[in-house]
Design a protein around this ligand. Structure first.
Ligand SMILES: *[C@@H]1O[C@H](CO)[C@@H](O)[C@H](O)[C@H]1NC(C)=O
Length: 496
């Protein structure tokens, strides 16, 4: 095993000086940037991996989270056999901002009444994989997925890191995919992006080099897309379906802020990503390259516009971005993908935030700039996605059951599949077994088409143990592995 540091974008390093701006990251395991915030904002810890500059976060309601950035909690991680020390949290979800944490829990009654005013047109939805599309491509039928003419309920997982193994490390990719397939999990979500500026060590996977603008896509270099080719091929031979997002909302592996900083410059904001023509054209060019490369592959389950788009990012603010802006962008980009490839499914990869006027809760009132219902209702979007991190979002573990039910209700309403795409219960919460079980029971009893925990843990020959962000489940976690991975995969498949 080799000691490797997984680099992040140089733009992030450049932004690390002095005091962090409002909403920017200010601490957490592996964070090397600014640890203090501009005046009026307090550095607030959501978990060991992510601290954020929250405006006015000095009053009650944040008391348990307002701690100074520390690095002492890294001990458990450094004693693992992991050879890869990531510089940022691998779980790229960041917390919802303060407003939600000082409000009372949402009441579903108010939500149902307010959403009813929205006009949803699900009948116009284009069904993919019909007609001339291969039957071994995943398709949809109402609230369900289909595969080879059968229902396709599944348990899957995230393992963002599999295309990041290198250099010339196909043995590790094979080992990880063997373990994944062997667990009974059917769908893998992994990163289809790796945006970097400047020189990187040769083990760092780079799909798009931002040292120049427009960036250069590494289509043939070993460190570039050939690594992703090997993953897709390996999933094909093992019957694993892949969900591939094209860009990160967060700083890991580049991200939307990097696009904006490189193209728009220092005056740009995160929201420009959704409206600036030059930025959109670069994104489209990347999407076209990836889609054309794999569009004949049955390993692809779905193209995903992003990992967790929001109006604001880790470094840049929202500008004039609203839920209507992100929805218009998703419409444009999903239609563009359909024009390139009409047979694979397309999803947004959003966290599932609602946009209900008058609701006081940040995750229900459009606060992050996302309208899950409007996104899912788009004719060119085949299924809805949602993620769930109750504690970073200022909720309780128990609250998560309602979040799942609220999204199942969207599936019922829109008559499209809803995918529970990222969630987890941290090992050190002491609540892991209780709530994984509850969430699975809630998923099983409601209209949730697929379930993908964050994230699949494995140990491979060269890189060793995959990065443990506290959420990962490894085979060595015997109880969780048996009940929440292997048996759960069997139980979800029993619906088919
Ligand atoms: C990106 O391009 C620059 C300029 O051509 C080059 O110096 C750098 O090594 C490249 N980085 C990678 C990761 O290929």
């Amino acid at each position: 095993m080799k000691a490797k540091i997984l680099a992040i974008s140089s733009a992030l390093a450049a932004g690390a000086a002095a005091q962090q701006t409002v909403w920017g990251q200010c601490g957490g395991i592996g964070w090397t940037g600014a640890s203090s915030c501009v005046a009026g904002a307090a550095c607030t810890s959501y978990n060991a991996y992510y601290f954020q500059c929250i405006p006015g976060a000095t009053t009650a309601g944040t008391t348990t989270r307002t701690t100074t950035p520390v690095t002492t909690t890294t001990s458990s991680r450094t004693t693992t056999t992991s050879s890869r020390t990531t510089t940022t949290s691998s779980r790229t979800t960041t917390p919802v901002t303060t407003t939600s944490r000082t409000t009372t829990p949402v009441t579903t009654t108010s939500r149902t009444t307010t959403t009813s005013s929205r006009t949803t047109t699900t009948s116009s939805r284009t069904t993919t994989a019909g007609g001339s599309c291969p039957s071994n491509f995943v398709s949809t039928s109402g609230k369900e997925f289909r595969l080879n003419g059968n229902k396709f309920y599944f348990a899957g997982s995230n393992a963002y890191y599999i295309p990041m193994y290198g250099p010339n490390d196909f043995g590790d990719i094979d080992a990880a995919l063997d373990a994944f397939a062997g667990s009974g999990l059917k769908v893998l979500r992994t990163w289809g992006f790796a945006d970097f500026a400047g020189p990187q060590d040769d083990y760092v996977t780079v799909f798009q080099n931002w040292s120049t603008v427009p960036p250069v896509i590494l289509e043939t270099q070993e460190r570039g897309l050939p690594r992703l080719d090997y993953v897709i091929k390996g999933c094909e031979t093992r019957g694993i379906k892949v969900i591939l997002p094209f860009v990160n909302n967060w700083a890991e592996y580049g991200g939307i802020d990097l696009y904006v900083e490189k193209v728009v410059g220092s005056g740009g904001n995160h929201g420009d990503f959704y409206t600036n023509t030059a930025v959109k054209n670069i994104y489209k060019n990347y999407v076209k390259t990836i889609v054309n490369r794999y569009k004949s592959s049955a390993a692809i389950m779905a193209w995903e516009l992003s990992n967790e788009i929001r109006c604001a990012g880790p470094r840049l603010g929202a500008g004039s971005c609203t839920p209507a802006v992100t929805t218009a962008w998703a419409k444009e980009m999903s239609e563009y993908i359909k024009s390139l490839d009409s047979c694979h499914l397309v999803a947004v990869g959003d966290e599932g935030f609602f946009n209900i006027a008058g609701n006081s809760d940040y995750v229900y009132n459009g606060g992050p700039g996302i309208d899950n219902e409007a996104l899912t209702a788009l004719a060119s979007i085949d299924f809805g996605t949602f993620h769930m991190y109750p504690i970073p979002w200022g909720k309780t573990w128990d609250w998560g059951n309602q979040w799942i039910k609220d999204h199942a209700a969207q599936a019922d309403k829109l008559n499209k599949p809803m995918l529970f795409e990222e969630y987890g219960v941290t090992r050190d919460s002491g609540q892991r077994d209780t709530y994984h079980q509850q969430y699975h029971d809630t998923v099983f009893a409601n209209s949730i088409a697929g379930d993908m925990f964050w994230q699949f843990g494995t140990t491979v020959p060269n890189w060793g143990k995959s990065y443990d962000d506290g959420y990962s489940i490894y085979p060595a976690d015997t109880y969780e592995w048996t009940n929440f991975v292997v048996n759960w995969a069997t139980k979800m498949a029993s619906k088919n």
